[in-house]
Every structure is written in C-alpha cells, then in structure tokens.
Design a protein around this ligand. Structure first.
Ligand SMILES: [Zn+2]
Length: 422
C-alpha cells in the first residue's frame, strides 16, 4: 500500500486526536481539506444496505472510498471513483468502519493479575474485586491515571477502535469520581458517570446514604464532564429502586441513562433501562422472555460484552435469541482490570461468532453500527457520505477474517476523522 501523504502523528498525539471531539481537533487535523481516494478495496463494509448488497453490512466489492477533510464524501465501485488529490491503494484488502467500543472502564490504577490467575487456576481469591481497584485508583496521581487511560486508548486505536466510551466508577467519592471524568473528557466525547458502581466500604453500613451522595453532591461535581449516567443494577450492587433514583437524578441534570443490567443474575435492570429510554442495557446475560420483548419494543440497544464471560468463565449471553426477536445488539469490550482486561474488539467479534450465535456480518455490524446506536450516534459506525471518515483497513480480503482468523493482528491501517493515525 502506498504511504498516506499525511505524516503519521506521534502515538500520544494520535490518541489525543483520535478520541477527542471535532471541536478540539488539532489545527493540522481540521485544516486538511485535500481529498483522498482509497481504491481497489476487495470488500467494503458500509453498514448501509442501500449502498451495497442487501446484507446488513451493505457490502460493496471492488470498492473505493473518498475522504475529504474529516468526512466520507463518496463510496462506490473503484471504476466509478471521482478524481482526487491523493490516492491510497488497498490492493485487494477489506475496509470497514472504525470500531465503536461503547462500554469500557479505563479510569483505574492497580493490577489484578493474581485475582485472574487464581480464578483461572480454580483457587478462591478473597481480595475485594472492584474495591481493590478503588483503593489503588484513589491513591494514584492524576498523571498516572491519565497515562493509563491514554495507553489503553492508544492500544485500542491500534486495534481499530476509533470511538471509545469510558466510565468513572473506581473513585466512589465526589472528588475522585469528578477527577476521573475530568481526565476522561480530555480524551473522548463519550464519558459516563458511574458513581453507582458499587457501594464503597465506608458506606457499607448505610447504602442509602451513598445513593444520596451519588444523586446529590457527587452528581453535581461530575455532571459537567459527562454525557451519560450509568448504574450497576445487580444483587450486591444497586437494586431496582436505587438504580431508578440514580438514573432519574442524572436525567434531571441532563445526563442520559445507560445501565449495567442482568449480568450476573435475572433482575430489573433491563426493564428499567427500557422504561427510562436508556441508550443501552449492557451485559444482558440473564434475560427473561419479558426482558427480550421489552428490548425488542424499545430504542434501547442490548450491548453484549463477551470479554467478561470469557474472563470469568461464565455462560455466554445469547445473541441469537436477541437478534431473532428484533433487538438491536452492540458488541463491546467492557475493558476493565477485573473482569475483562481486553481492549480488542476483534477478539469480541470472534467470541460472538464462535459462541454467541452471531454471523460474522452481524458481529461486525454490532461492533461498528451497533456501538454507534448504543451511543445514539449516526455520524460514526458507517462508511457513507457525510459520516466521519473513521476507517479500518484489514490485512485480509474480507471482514469475515476478523472471526475466521481469531487472535491475528489484521488491522493494518486506521483513519480517524480523515487522518491516518495507525
Ligand atoms: Zn462495565
């Protein structure tokens, strides 16, 4: 492939540009209005059936894409591509939209290798799970927290993720939660306040007082930095009434709900998410028929996070059941140091195809357009005129190789907002 005419930014700069909003884009990024065609693409995933074949991924063969500034301006067959300033030769490889990872927890410090090792070795491990990370996160400096965040965003970008949501939830005090969100907002638009992750030890005897903090002073401190509010609705975390109080308070401050729902057991999370028009109900591993019906008759996306089931040896969520019922499904990493320490969307695609009943087309759609739907975005997750030019070039002739060749680093180039960043 011919090198891109745009000089490659440094890794840190690329990450900063890659995940930040257009309004904070670097001058070099926003100033470029030169047009570039990527040509001789063997298989182009547009996610728009009206542009390509009738499959959900709207595939165009022998395709080209034209980028101008930060946007896609044309897609079609290579033979019909318009003249442009620059040309990149895809040489028979596949192009798809950058992955949209709509669920991660990257504001953390500390290490839980021993916990994972014990779990995978059949030994019990008595340290406090999330609370271990909370203690380490509270003790970390701003610089260390931000460095960890940037490192994982860069790692994800190299694997094709051009949009990444991330959450607080390891601070669990007004000051520590607001700090996490302030740091996150420097690097991504999709920032979620998850003060209601677990009840911290100092409130163990009075969880109601903690809910008052989360819905009061902590919310006031966090709302300026966040777009979303989330709650872990689960036995041992927050029950349905507490979760409703948290999400309702967030909505009054202009945050939109999303919910950690039905991960470890059946419960009210999914129905609450639908009732409150949450953008997404995440995990969805234990669902009743009523839960599936509720999702199917709503705008709420079911976000499946198979890295969590993989890393805890738990039963997989049933993607097939959801898709057959007409539910919109997203696939994300849940990247976090405890239960799913992977930033690889391709890995999640492979798991979803192998073990959750998804076709390769469905899994790729869910990891791109599905993630965008879970963030209520139409400007990402598709390669159509007007969308952001967030593209992944695979070193493979088809997007199906993401599942067919699991574990292989197939991502060979990434454009974000029209700039080649990998
Ligand atoms: Zn999560």
């Amino acid at each position: 492939m011919r090198a891109s005419p745009t000089p490659a930014p440094t890794a840190d700069q690329a990450t900063k540009d890659a995940m930040s909003s257009p309004s904070t884009a670097s001058p070099a990024e926003s100033a470029s209005t030169a047009s570039t065609v990527i040509t001789n693409i063997a298989a182009l995933v547009t996610n728009d059936p009206s542009l390509g074949d009738d499959s959900p991924v709207g595939l165009i063969r022998d395709a080209a894409v034209v980028i101008e500034g930060d946007r896609v301006v044309w897609t079609g067959e290579t033979s019909k591509a318009p003249a442009t300033d620059n040309r990149v030769e895809a040489d028979g490889r596949a192009v798809l939209p950058g992955f949209v990872d709509s669920h991660s927890h990257l504001l953390f410090a500390g290490d839980r290798t021993e916990e994972f090792n014990a779990r995978m070795s059949g030994r019990s491990y008595s340290a406090g799970g999330i609370r271990t990370t909370v203690a380490a996160t509270r003790a970390a400096s701003d610089t260390d927290l931000e460095r960890t965040l940037v490192r994982h965003l860069a790692e994800a970008l190299r694997q094709g993720t051009t949009t990444m949501e991330t959450k607080s939830g390891y601070g669990l005090s007004a000051e520590d939660e607001a700090r996490a969100l302030r740091l996150a907002a420097r690097h991504t638009d999709e920032v979620t306040y998850l003060g209601a992750h677990v009840v911290p030890p100092e409130y163990a005897d009075d969880p109601a007082a903690y809910v008052e903090l989360v819905t009061g002073p902590m919310l006031d401190a966090c709302a300026p930095y966040a777009r979303w509010i989330d709650v872990f609705c689960e036995e041992g975390a927050f029950d349905g009434d507490q979760a409703r109080a948290v999400l309702s308070a967030g909505r009054e401050k202009g945050l939109h709900p999303r919910v950690h729902a039905n991960q470890l057991s059946y419960g009210p999370g999914v129905r609450l998410a639908v009732e409150l028009d949450a953008a997404s109900a995440d995990h969805c591993t234990h669902l009743t028929d009523a839960d599936v019906d509720a999702l199917a008759n709503s705008r709420t996306v079911a976000t499946l996070l198979p890295g969590a089931e993989f890393s805890t040896r738990a039963a997989w969520p049933d993607a097939r059941r959801l898709l057959d019922a007409g539910v919109t499904v997203a696939l994300s990493t849940d990247c976090n140091p405890g239960s799913s320490f992977t930033s690889s969307v391709p890995f999640c695609v492979a798991l979803a195809v192998r073990d959750m009943g998804m076709t390769p087309d469905e899994a790729v759609w869910s990891a791109t357009a599905g993630g965008a739907a879970a963030l209520r975005r139409t400007d990402i997750g598709r390669i159509v005129p007007g969308a952001y030019a967030d593209l992944v070039l695979l070193d493979a002739p088809s997007h199906v190789h993401l599942a067919y060749r699991p574990g292989v680093p197939l991502v060979s180039a990434v454009w974000r907002r029209g700039v080649r960043v990998v």
